[in-house]
Design a protein around this ligand. Structure first.
Ligand code: SAH
Ligand code: CA
Length: 239
């Protein structure tokens, strides 16, 4: 299933196994509507050795629509990197909205994303916290005011911890709110036999498989596993 041609050409991981069809979707429906600052950030990220981390623009477009559908104002993001999904969220929520954004690495965000975010005039919506995500989520939960106070969460870091993040998100995000988990199809490797998976992909493939099963039987959420980008699991908290 691996398509090396695809990986060579595309700046982001994609699970759609047709290069031509993916380019068609981007060219027809995504790029013509992608905001200028997002284009700029995507291009500024393209030369980074870890550019593959950036959220795929087609997944971003769906995320922006969902942010609007739930009228998200207060959001939380785990995993910022250069800031594509963060800027997308900041451009989408209202002017008095707030994003709590967590990443262990401030430098990549500050050198690549922040200048573009400032220029776009949305920096005031962002509270960036440089830290491991779990302790920050636990600290937020120590204040009962934060429980059920977030409208939306985006989780895109540290795949081995997704279930731990989910447990916290189910308390932080309100009933009716939404949480999206990124890379849940893991380049398509979730559906391949383990012997066909490169060594470096095995550990998080296994965590992703387990996470997807656990979510599928979690009665707290309604889900949709969308095969955009590298797969996103969309969860709506229902109780
Ligand atoms: N959403 C980003 C991509 C995130 S890539 C975008 O759209 O571009 C994953 C990020 O998670 C990396 O920047 C990495 O520094 C961060 N990360 C990895 N482990 C982490 C952890 N335990 N806690 C917080 N951030 C972490
Ligand atoms: Ca990602």
């Amino acid at each position: 299933m691996e398509n090396t041609k695809q990986k060579e050409f595309l700046p982001n991981p994609v699970v759609l196994q047709s290069q031509e069809l993916y380019e068609y979707i981007l060219a027809t429906s995504v790029y013509p509507r992608e905001a200028e600052p997002l284009k700029e950030l995507r291009e500024a990220t393209a030369n980074n050795p870890r550019a593959i981390f950036g959220t795929s623009p087609d997944a971003g477009q769906l995320m922006a629509m969902l942010l609007k559908l739930v009228n998200a104002k207060k959001t939380i993001e785990v995993g910022v990197f250069t800031g594509y999904s963060l800027l997308l969220t900041a451009l989408t929520i209202p002017d008095d909205g707030k994003i709590t954004a967590i990443d262990v690495d401030r430098k990549t965000y500050e050198t690549i994303g922040l200048p573009i975010i400032k220029k776009a005039g949305v920096e005031h919506k962002i509270n960036f916290i440089e830290s491991q995500a779990l302790p920050v989520l636990d600290e937020l939960l120590e204040d009962p005011k934060n429980e059920g106070s977030f409208d939306f969460g985006f989780v895109d870091a540290d795949k081995g911890n997704y279930w731990n993040y989910h447990e916290r998100m189910m308390k932080l995000v309100k009933v009716g709110g939404m949480v999206i988990y990124d890379n849940t199809l893991w380049g398509g490797y979730v559906a391949l036999p383990e012997e066909d998976v490169p060594e470096t992909k095995k550990a998080w493939r296994q965590s992703t498989i387990e996470f997807n099963i656990s979510i599928s039987v979690d009665p707290r959420v309604e889900i949709s596993h969308a095969s955009v980008g590298d797969g996103i699991l969309i969860c709506k908290r229902i109780c």
